[in-house]
Design a binder for this molecule. Structure first.
Ligand SMILES: [Zn+2]
Length: 287
Protein backbone atom coordinates (compact mmCIF):
# COMPACT_ATOMS: atom_id res chain seq x y z
CA UNK A 1 0.00 0.00 0.00
CA UNK A 2 1.38 3.40 -0.94
CA UNK A 3 2.02 5.69 2.04
CA UNK A 4 -0.31 8.66 2.49
CA UNK A 5 2.69 10.80 3.45
CA UNK A 6 5.72 9.67 1.43
CA UNK A 7 9.09 9.96 3.12
CA UNK A 8 10.80 11.22 -0.01
CA UNK A 9 9.97 14.47 -1.77
CA UNK A 10 9.12 14.44 -5.45
CA UNK A 11 11.87 15.39 -7.93
CA UNK A 12 11.60 18.57 -9.99
CA UNK A 13 10.51 16.62 -13.07
CA UNK A 14 7.94 14.49 -11.23
CA UNK A 15 5.14 15.80 -13.44
CA UNK A 16 6.96 14.87 -16.61
CA UNK A 17 7.79 11.40 -15.28
CA UNK A 18 4.18 10.80 -14.31
CA UNK A 19 3.00 12.02 -17.71
CA UNK A 20 4.67 9.13 -19.59
CA UNK A 21 1.96 7.44 -21.64
CA UNK A 22 0.85 3.93 -20.67
CA UNK A 23 1.67 1.22 -23.18
CA UNK A 24 -0.41 -1.96 -23.28
CA UNK A 25 2.11 -4.60 -22.19
CA UNK A 26 0.71 -7.39 -24.30
CA UNK A 27 -1.13 -5.96 -27.33
CA UNK A 28 -4.10 -8.25 -27.91
CA UNK A 29 -3.81 -7.82 -31.68
CA UNK A 30 -0.84 -10.15 -31.75
CA UNK A 31 -2.48 -12.83 -29.59
CA UNK A 32 -3.99 -15.73 -31.53
CA UNK A 33 -7.75 -15.13 -31.34
CA UNK A 34 -10.36 -17.86 -31.09
CA UNK A 35 -12.93 -18.22 -33.88
CA UNK A 36 -15.81 -17.39 -31.56
CA UNK A 37 -18.46 -17.72 -34.26
CA UNK A 38 -17.33 -21.26 -35.11
CA UNK A 39 -17.24 -22.23 -31.43
CA UNK A 40 -20.74 -20.87 -30.84
CA UNK A 41 -22.07 -22.59 -33.94
CA UNK A 42 -20.92 -25.92 -32.51
CA UNK A 43 -23.37 -25.48 -29.62
CA UNK A 44 -26.34 -26.16 -31.91
CA UNK A 45 -27.65 -29.63 -31.15
CA UNK A 46 -25.20 -30.29 -28.33
CA UNK A 47 -25.91 -32.99 -25.75
CA UNK A 48 -25.60 -32.50 -22.01
CA UNK A 49 -23.45 -35.36 -20.77
CA UNK A 50 -22.92 -34.36 -17.14
CA UNK A 51 -24.56 -32.17 -14.57
CA UNK A 52 -23.53 -31.64 -10.99
CA UNK A 53 -24.46 -29.35 -8.14
CA UNK A 54 -21.67 -27.84 -6.09
CA UNK A 55 -23.02 -27.53 -2.54
CA UNK A 56 -22.49 -24.29 -0.61
CA UNK A 57 -19.05 -24.08 1.09
CA UNK A 58 -17.90 -27.19 -0.78
CA UNK A 59 -16.16 -27.91 -4.10
CA UNK A 60 -16.61 -30.59 -6.73
CA UNK A 61 -14.46 -31.82 -9.62
CA UNK A 62 -15.64 -32.43 -13.18
CA UNK A 63 -14.05 -33.73 -16.38
CA UNK A 64 -14.41 -31.95 -19.72
CA UNK A 65 -12.96 -33.62 -22.83
CA UNK A 66 -11.28 -31.38 -25.41
CA UNK A 67 -13.84 -30.04 -27.87
CA UNK A 68 -16.65 -30.06 -25.29
CA UNK A 69 -18.25 -27.13 -23.46
CA UNK A 70 -18.95 -26.53 -19.81
CA UNK A 71 -21.19 -24.03 -18.14
CA UNK A 72 -21.30 -22.67 -14.60
CA UNK A 73 -24.76 -21.41 -13.65
CA UNK A 74 -26.07 -19.52 -10.64
CA UNK A 75 -29.04 -21.28 -9.05
CA UNK A 76 -31.17 -20.38 -6.04
CA UNK A 77 -29.24 -17.22 -5.11
CA UNK A 78 -26.22 -14.98 -5.77
CA UNK A 79 -23.07 -17.05 -5.32
CA UNK A 80 -19.41 -16.69 -6.24
CA UNK A 81 -17.41 -19.67 -7.51
CA UNK A 82 -13.64 -20.27 -7.38
CA UNK A 83 -12.47 -22.23 -10.41
CA UNK A 84 -9.32 -24.35 -10.82
CA UNK A 85 -8.41 -26.04 -14.11
CA UNK A 86 -5.88 -28.76 -14.80
CA UNK A 87 -5.08 -30.81 -17.85
CA UNK A 88 -6.73 -34.21 -17.34
CA UNK A 89 -3.32 -35.74 -16.51
CA UNK A 90 -2.64 -32.93 -13.97
CA UNK A 91 0.59 -31.95 -15.76
CA UNK A 92 -0.73 -28.48 -16.66
CA UNK A 93 -2.62 -25.98 -14.58
CA UNK A 94 -4.34 -22.65 -15.09
CA UNK A 95 -2.00 -19.62 -14.85
CA UNK A 96 -4.14 -16.77 -13.58
CA UNK A 97 -1.28 -14.24 -13.49
CA UNK A 98 -0.39 -14.61 -17.18
CA UNK A 99 -4.06 -14.74 -18.11
CA UNK A 100 -4.45 -11.38 -16.31
CA UNK A 101 -1.44 -9.94 -18.14
CA UNK A 102 -2.83 -11.07 -21.49
CA UNK A 103 -6.54 -10.28 -21.09
CA UNK A 104 -6.85 -7.83 -18.19
CA UNK A 105 -8.07 -8.05 -14.62
CA UNK A 106 -11.53 -9.43 -15.43
CA UNK A 107 -12.46 -11.95 -18.10
CA UNK A 108 -15.41 -12.22 -20.47
CA UNK A 109 -16.43 -13.68 -23.81
CA UNK A 110 -13.52 -14.43 -26.17
CA UNK A 111 -10.92 -14.44 -23.38
CA UNK A 112 -8.96 -17.59 -22.68
CA UNK A 113 -7.66 -19.38 -19.63
CA UNK A 114 -3.94 -20.06 -20.21
CA UNK A 115 -1.81 -22.84 -18.80
CA UNK A 116 1.52 -22.21 -17.05
CA UNK A 117 5.04 -22.65 -18.38
CA UNK A 118 6.29 -24.42 -20.37
CA UNK A 119 3.08 -25.23 -22.25
CA UNK A 120 1.52 -21.72 -22.07
CA UNK A 121 -1.47 -22.56 -24.25
CA UNK A 122 -5.19 -21.93 -24.03
CA UNK A 123 -6.89 -24.48 -21.77
CA UNK A 124 -10.38 -23.05 -22.24
CA UNK A 125 -12.09 -20.21 -24.10
CA UNK A 126 -15.04 -18.26 -22.69
CA UNK A 127 -17.91 -18.56 -25.17
CA UNK A 128 -20.74 -16.86 -23.26
CA UNK A 129 -21.06 -14.51 -20.29
CA UNK A 130 -24.53 -13.32 -19.29
CA UNK A 131 -22.92 -10.67 -17.04
CA UNK A 132 -21.01 -9.01 -19.87
CA UNK A 133 -23.40 -6.03 -19.60
CA UNK A 134 -21.82 -5.08 -16.24
CA UNK A 135 -18.59 -3.68 -17.64
CA UNK A 136 -16.69 -1.60 -15.06
CA UNK A 137 -18.81 0.23 -12.46
CA UNK A 138 -18.19 3.61 -10.79
CA UNK A 139 -15.87 1.97 -8.25
CA UNK A 140 -13.74 0.43 -11.00
CA UNK A 141 -15.11 -3.03 -10.20
CA UNK A 142 -16.06 -5.77 -12.64
CA UNK A 143 -16.91 -9.49 -12.58
CA UNK A 144 -14.98 -12.74 -13.17
CA UNK A 145 -11.59 -11.56 -11.91
CA UNK A 146 -8.14 -13.06 -12.12
CA UNK A 147 -6.77 -10.74 -9.40
CA UNK A 148 -7.95 -12.42 -6.21
CA UNK A 149 -6.17 -15.64 -5.40
CA UNK A 150 -8.84 -17.66 -3.49
CA UNK A 151 -9.92 -17.45 0.13
CA UNK A 152 -7.65 -19.64 2.23
CA UNK A 153 -7.26 -20.67 5.87
CA UNK A 154 -3.69 -19.40 6.16
CA UNK A 155 -4.54 -15.76 5.41
CA UNK A 156 -7.59 -16.14 7.62
CA UNK A 157 -5.39 -17.45 10.42
CA UNK A 158 -3.09 -14.43 10.10
CA UNK A 159 -5.83 -11.82 9.95
CA UNK A 160 -8.01 -13.38 12.65
CA UNK A 161 -4.97 -14.04 14.87
CA UNK A 162 -5.26 -17.76 15.12
CA UNK A 163 -8.61 -18.66 13.53
CA UNK A 164 -9.10 -22.18 12.19
CA UNK A 165 -11.69 -22.28 9.40
CA UNK A 166 -11.90 -25.34 7.15
CA UNK A 167 -14.26 -24.36 4.33
CA UNK A 168 -12.29 -21.66 2.52
CA UNK A 169 -12.15 -22.23 -1.24
CA UNK A 170 -8.53 -23.38 -0.93
CA UNK A 171 -9.49 -26.21 1.43
CA UNK A 172 -12.66 -27.03 -0.52
CA UNK A 173 -10.62 -27.39 -3.72
CA UNK A 174 -8.06 -29.59 -1.96
CA UNK A 175 -10.72 -31.96 -0.62
CA UNK A 176 -12.45 -32.13 -4.01
CA UNK A 177 -9.25 -32.84 -5.95
CA UNK A 178 -8.06 -35.41 -3.41
CA UNK A 179 -11.40 -37.22 -3.57
CA UNK A 180 -11.59 -37.14 -7.37
CA UNK A 181 -8.06 -38.44 -7.95
CA UNK A 182 -7.41 -40.62 -4.89
CA UNK A 183 -4.75 -38.26 -3.50
CA UNK A 184 -4.02 -37.41 0.09
CA UNK A 185 -4.81 -33.85 1.15
CA UNK A 186 -1.07 -33.19 1.36
CA UNK A 187 -0.60 -34.44 -2.22
CA UNK A 188 -3.52 -32.41 -3.52
CA UNK A 189 -2.66 -29.10 -1.83
CA UNK A 190 0.34 -28.11 -4.04
CA UNK A 191 -1.79 -28.70 -7.15
CA UNK A 192 -4.43 -26.16 -6.10
CA UNK A 193 -3.70 -22.78 -7.66
CA UNK A 194 -4.90 -19.21 -8.10
CA UNK A 195 -8.43 -19.17 -9.47
CA UNK A 196 -10.77 -17.54 -11.89
CA UNK A 197 -13.27 -15.90 -9.54
CA UNK A 198 -16.49 -16.75 -11.36
CA UNK A 199 -19.28 -14.15 -10.79
CA UNK A 200 -17.16 -12.33 -8.16
CA UNK A 201 -17.23 -8.50 -8.35
CA UNK A 202 -13.91 -6.96 -7.46
CA UNK A 203 -11.49 -4.14 -8.11
CA UNK A 204 -8.70 -2.05 -6.65
CA UNK A 205 -9.38 1.17 -4.77
CA UNK A 206 -8.18 4.13 -6.83
CA UNK A 207 -6.43 5.94 -3.97
CA UNK A 208 -4.60 3.04 -2.33
CA UNK A 209 -4.72 0.22 -4.85
CA UNK A 210 -6.27 -2.14 -2.29
CA UNK A 211 -8.13 -5.21 -3.45
CA UNK A 212 -11.83 -4.93 -2.73
CA UNK A 213 -14.94 -7.02 -3.29
CA UNK A 214 -18.59 -6.08 -3.39
CA UNK A 215 -21.89 -7.93 -3.67
CA UNK A 216 -21.94 -9.85 -6.95
CA UNK A 217 -24.52 -8.77 -9.53
CA UNK A 218 -25.10 -12.45 -10.43
CA UNK A 219 -28.66 -13.75 -10.19
CA UNK A 220 -30.12 -17.23 -10.66
CA UNK A 221 -30.02 -18.13 -14.35
CA UNK A 222 -26.79 -16.25 -15.08
CA UNK A 223 -23.98 -18.36 -16.47
CA UNK A 224 -20.40 -18.35 -17.67
CA UNK A 225 -19.68 -20.82 -20.47
CA UNK A 226 -16.38 -22.28 -21.64
CA UNK A 227 -15.07 -24.33 -24.54
CA UNK A 228 -12.42 -26.90 -23.50
CA UNK A 229 -9.35 -26.57 -25.73
CA UNK A 230 -7.63 -29.58 -24.11
CA UNK A 231 -8.82 -32.48 -21.93
CA UNK A 232 -9.63 -30.81 -18.62
CA UNK A 233 -10.18 -31.59 -14.99
CA UNK A 234 -12.01 -28.70 -13.34
CA UNK A 235 -12.79 -27.98 -9.71
CA UNK A 236 -15.31 -25.40 -8.57
CA UNK A 237 -15.79 -24.16 -5.01
CA UNK A 238 -18.99 -22.40 -3.91
CA UNK A 239 -17.19 -19.74 -1.85
CA UNK A 240 -18.15 -19.40 1.83
CA UNK A 241 -18.44 -15.67 1.09
CA UNK A 242 -21.68 -16.29 -0.87
CA UNK A 243 -22.09 -13.18 -3.05
CA UNK A 244 -18.93 -11.82 -1.37
CA UNK A 245 -20.71 -8.62 -0.35
CA UNK A 246 -19.77 -9.04 3.31
CA UNK A 247 -17.18 -11.43 4.60
CA UNK A 248 -15.71 -14.77 3.66
CA UNK A 249 -13.73 -17.37 5.65
CA UNK A 250 -16.72 -17.94 7.94
CA UNK A 251 -20.19 -19.51 7.92
CA UNK A 252 -21.93 -16.12 8.25
CA UNK A 253 -22.74 -15.30 4.61
CA UNK A 254 -25.80 -16.70 2.81
CA UNK A 255 -24.45 -19.36 0.44
CA UNK A 256 -26.06 -21.13 -2.47
CA UNK A 257 -25.14 -24.05 -4.73
CA UNK A 258 -23.66 -23.64 -8.20
CA UNK A 259 -24.53 -25.81 -11.18
CA UNK A 260 -21.88 -27.24 -13.53
CA UNK A 261 -22.97 -28.79 -16.82
CA UNK A 262 -20.84 -30.42 -19.53
CA UNK A 263 -22.01 -30.51 -23.16
CA UNK A 264 -20.83 -32.59 -26.13
CA UNK A 265 -21.30 -30.83 -29.48
CA UNK A 266 -22.77 -32.80 -32.39
CA UNK A 267 -19.62 -31.95 -34.38
CA UNK A 268 -16.34 -30.27 -33.50
CA UNK A 269 -16.18 -26.55 -34.32
CA UNK A 270 -15.16 -25.85 -37.90
CA UNK A 271 -11.41 -25.32 -38.20
CA UNK A 272 -10.70 -26.06 -34.54
CA UNK A 273 -7.76 -28.20 -33.44
CA UNK A 274 -6.36 -28.67 -29.92
CA UNK A 275 -3.66 -26.03 -29.30
CA UNK A 276 -0.12 -27.46 -29.31
CA UNK A 277 2.21 -26.75 -26.38
CA UNK A 278 4.07 -23.45 -26.63
CA UNK A 279 6.71 -23.28 -29.38
CA UNK A 280 9.61 -21.97 -27.27
CA UNK A 281 12.45 -24.53 -27.40
CA UNK A 282 13.18 -24.35 -23.63
CA UNK A 283 16.95 -24.12 -24.12
CA UNK A 284 17.01 -20.77 -22.19
CA UNK A 285 20.32 -19.82 -23.77
CA UNK A 286 22.10 -22.71 -22.09
CA UNK A 287 24.83 -24.79 -23.74
ZN1 LIG B 1 -13.69 -18.35 -1.51
Amino acid sequence: MKPESPEHSAPADAGARRAAAPVIAYPPETLPRPDLAALRQARAGWTRIASLAVPPREARCFEVPAGHFFRITSVEGPQVGDLNLWSADLSERFYSGKTRALHGTHLSTGDRLWSGFPTLRPMATITDDTLDWYGFDEFGASVHDVIGTRCDPYTHNLLSRGGQYHHCCHSNLIRALAGARGLTLAEAEPLVHDVLNVFMCTGFTRETGQYFMKASPVRPGDHLEFFAEIDLLGALSACPGGDCGGEHSSDKAACFPLLVEVFRPAALPAGWAPPPPNGYDQSHGGG
